[in-house]
Structure formats: C-alpha cells, structure tokens
Design a protein around this ligand. Sequence first.
Ligand SMILES: NC(=O)c1ccc[n+]([C@@H]2O[C@H](COP(=O)([O-])OP(=O)(O)OC[C@H]3O[C@@H](n4cnc5c(N)ncnc54)[C@H](O)[C@@H]3O)[C@@H](O)[C@H]2O)c1
Ligand SMILES: O=C(O)CC[C@@H](O)C(=O)O
Length: 526
Amino acid sequence: MTPKVLISDKMDPKAAAIFRERGIEVDEKPGLGKDELKAIIRDYHGLAIRSATKVTADVLDAATSLKVVGRAGIGVDNVDIAAATARGVVVMNTPFGNSITTAEHAVALMFALARQLPEADASTQAGKWEKNRFMGVELTAKTLGLIGAGNIGSIVASRALGLKMKVVAFDPFLTPERALELGVEKVELDALLARADFITLHTPLTDQTRGILSREALARTKPGVRIINCARGGLIDEAALKEALDSGQVAGAALDVFETEPATASPLFGTPGFISTPHLGASTSEAQVNVAIQVAEQMSDFLLLGGVTNAINMPSLSAEEAPRLKPYMALAEKLGRLAGQVLGEEVRSVAVEVEGAAAELNPKPITGAVLAGLMGTYSQTVNMVNAPVLAKERGLDVREVRHDREGDYHTLVRVTVGTDAGERGVAGTLFGNKAPRLVEMFGVGVEAELAGAMLYIVNNDAPGFIGKLGTTLGEAGINIATFNLGRRDAGGEAVALVAVDGEVPAAVVEQLCGLEGVREVVPLRF
Ligand SMILES: NC(=O)c1ccc[n+]([C@@H]2O[C@H](COP(=O)([O-])OP(=O)(O)OC[C@H]3O[C@@H](n4cnc5c(N)ncnc54)[C@H](O)[C@@H]3O)[C@@H](O)[C@H]2O)c1
Ligand SMILES: O=C(O)CC[C@@H](O)C(=O)O
C-alpha cells in the first residue's frame, strides 16, 4: 500500500517534492484547525509538522493509521510524546538543521539590544534624528551568560568568542572537557546571574527549566543586564521581566518566544528596551530547506524501509541497517509471541541474547521486537515503539546480552523469560539469512517455522501418541500442515509443534488434553 503523508504546517516545498519522488502520496494543508485536522487525519500514515500543529492526545486518537510524526525543527513540545508512544507512533525531529540559523538570531538580537536598533530605526524613520538618545554598549570584553550549552548554545558561544566576549555557561550536563573545548567557563546559575552582562537561553522547556529566569533569579542578575530568549517561552517569568525592565534592573530584553504563542498581546509590548520577534529563530531559507529535506527523508526512510533516525521515542535504526535487521525482528517477534502465548501474563523478566551474525547488529530493535511479540499476546495496541515503555511500566526486568562465542548456528537469538515458576527460554535462527526458524523450546531441540495456527503439545514420550493425536485432529476435520517433534530424553518429556490449517476449537483442545500422556496443549497463533 502506498503510504500517505499530510504536511499540516507551512514547510519548504522540497519536503513535498521528496515525498513524491520516493513514491509517497502527500497532501499539503497548512493552517488546519484542530477539528479539521481530526476529521482527516485517519487517512494518513505520516504527519509532517513545524510548531503550529498541536499533536494532542485527541488528534492521535483520531489518527488510526498514523505511524510517524515528523517535526521539521527541534522542539517537540507541540507533540504529546507520551500519548504518541502509547499509541505506537514514532515521533522524530531534525535536531541540527536550524541550529546555526537560531544561534545567529540570538546573536542578532544581542546586537540589536546593545545598540537599540529597532527603537533607533523607528525613531529615524519617524523623522526624529535622535542621535543623542541612542547610546549603546560594546560587546567586546563583556560577559555572555549561556544558559544551556547544547547545539545552539555552543554555536552562540563560538560566535561570541569571535566577538571577543567572555562566555560563562550554566548547563548541568556540560562536562569540564566539553567546556574547555568550547572555550567557555562552566559556572553555577547564581554565578552566571551575578556576572553576566548579557544572558542568552538555549535549553528545552522542562520541569527543571520552566521559569529558570524567575522573579528571584532576575533580582539576582547584574544590574543593567540584557537578556535574550530564542529557546522556548516559559523559561522567563514574563510579568517579572516587565517589572525588571521598568525598574532598570534589566536594561534590555529580546524575546523570540513567548509563554503563549502566537503572542498577539503582552504587557511587555511597548516597554522601553524590549524587542520581540514572532518565533523567527529558525526562519531562514537555508534552515527551512534543511529541516524540510531532513524531515521528508527521515519520514520516507521510516515509512518505506523501517529506518528510524532522530526519533524521540524509539532507538535509531539506519535505512541501511533496517533491511538486515528486518528478518531478525520478525524472528524476535515470533519468539516473543511464542513465549507470551505459552507463559501467559506472569512474566517478570526477559533476557534477549544474540550470538553469531546477530551479535553484530544493533540489539535494541531486536529487543523491541521480542517485547512487542511477548506483550502483543495480551494487548492489541502494543508495537515496537511502545513495547519498551509498556515493559518498563509493568516493571519487567529486560536484559540484552551479546555473545561473541561460536555456536551451533551461524546466527541465534535466544529469549529467556522469567516467571514466578523460574526461567524458560526459546531460541531461533534464520535459514538462508532470512527465514525465521525456531530451534529450541524450553531446553528441547525442536525445529519449526512459527507461522499461522499451531498447537504446542507437551506429552510423555511413548509409542502410539502421534497416531492418537492425528486421529483426534482428523476426526475434528483439522488438517495437519507440518509436524515438528523434539524430546528432552527418550521416554521422558516430548514436545510437538503442530501447524494446522485453521483454528483449533476449544472443545478439540480439551479432547487433546484428555489423551493419555498429554501434559499440556496450547493453541498458538502467529
Ligand atoms: N526560536 C526558535 O525558532 C528555535 C529554533 C530551534 C530551536 N529552538 C529551541 O532552542 C532550544 C535549544 O535547542 P538545542 O538544539 O540547542 O538543544 P540541545 O538539546 O542541543 O541543547 C539543550 C541544552 O540544554 C541543557 N539543559 C537541559 N536542562 C538544563 C537545565 N536545567 N539547566 C541548564 N541547561 C540545561 C542540555 O544539557 C543541553 O546541553 C530548544 O528548546 C529548541 O526547541 C528554538
Ligand atoms: O518551525 C519553526 O519555525 C520553529 C522551530 C523551532 O522552534 C524549533 O524548535 O526547531
């Protein structure tokens, strides 16, 4: 089926062109209201957005075919990530495409504050020629306080160093080595507030960063400080900023982002020393082309090849890796499904071991597929995206082990599941590097293709059993497609995996359970 993508925000036409080139149907409908989006979203497998579209839980509820949301930009605060993850929808962004552009906007606003450019421009164009009114400050030798030294913050730092500023940075995740590399001094927030002549914010909006420039923090700044925010509204207390501008504690502030956007009214508007732009940080033709190309390529790779790049809610998987991993993920999913169907919901732990060729691959998608298969036996909505989160919520202890030993098989995936009764494992390989095949079940060597309707039967190894089994199924009109046998030891426990054409009714399962020597019968579905 041809995947279908909706572009619901204004985006460079290159995005739509790439989707079409790659054989994906695409509709461009920027500016849709929430109800309009909800009315049409069910038809789409991909949704490409910037910051205007709000991908809320109710939009996701209506998006029954949706597999991926692609954000042409960095911040994903307009997407309910938890709701997307719970519904198995991958959310990806383009983390580097607009970093330089946004850093340049922050530097532009720093200059604009230092020389009061917007006010001087307005006054001059009003015919006033107020040469004495607009006395500026130099940037050279001033201290720039960087709150957040990630992608954008570090570009701002390099530009500021080029302008001969001193840069101090507050970022709990900045290592001393990285600070040295950037040429910045790592400081605590209080020291930054006390020392900085200019402060620029470059953090995401999180519970820790919300209101990082609070009323109290603003009161601790160096008098006459100038503040720039090109990151996210909500990092600064806007009411307190207005008071600090009025009192002169803050000499100037430039906001590209606001607590509520679009910001069409604000007590800050018209305040002397205040500059604003309408969330223009990423708005250059270069950045918009970058993010449009990146988001379209990433979403196409995912929809067409299963490649996952820059996903917020699942591990990465390159488009080159994806075809190699695909058969392993199918095998892993089948092994998880087998264990889940036989062991029920009482699972406490899952260990995924890989050896041989499998050990050379990224184990995360294999583990994700095992968990999706395992939990998919009791939840309709579980998939690779939400399985690891659901496993965590259920308190499952999940382990990944890579072996570089030589085994009997050129490649092997083993899934060991722990329940209150102990640990039991199933293992499988790939025939011809592509066909998933079970090779061991709970310590018994048994080879089977896990497909369609099957029966898992444990019985005492005794002559005549297979005949009775065949007769019972035959009398019930159930055709046996394949029959796979294994046993722990002669005369001990034997295992049969029987592929049948069609479902086995509960009454027939009961009849089989009643056969002499039968210990367990579980109908399976793959
Ligand atoms: N105005 C715009 O148009 C525009 C454009 C692009 C990005 N942005 C925003 O800019 C922000 C930064 O983007 P980025 O690409 O540099 O992100 P990033 O993830 O590369 O960097 C964020 C930095 O913030 C740091 N950080 C996290 N919590 C912190 C805390 N409590 N205190 C101090 N530092 C903390 C992190 O350690 C990290 O180094 C994001 O919010 C993004 O959405 C805005
Ligand atoms: O798309 C935009 O214009 C804004 C992007 C910016 O906020 C981001 O986080 O990348």
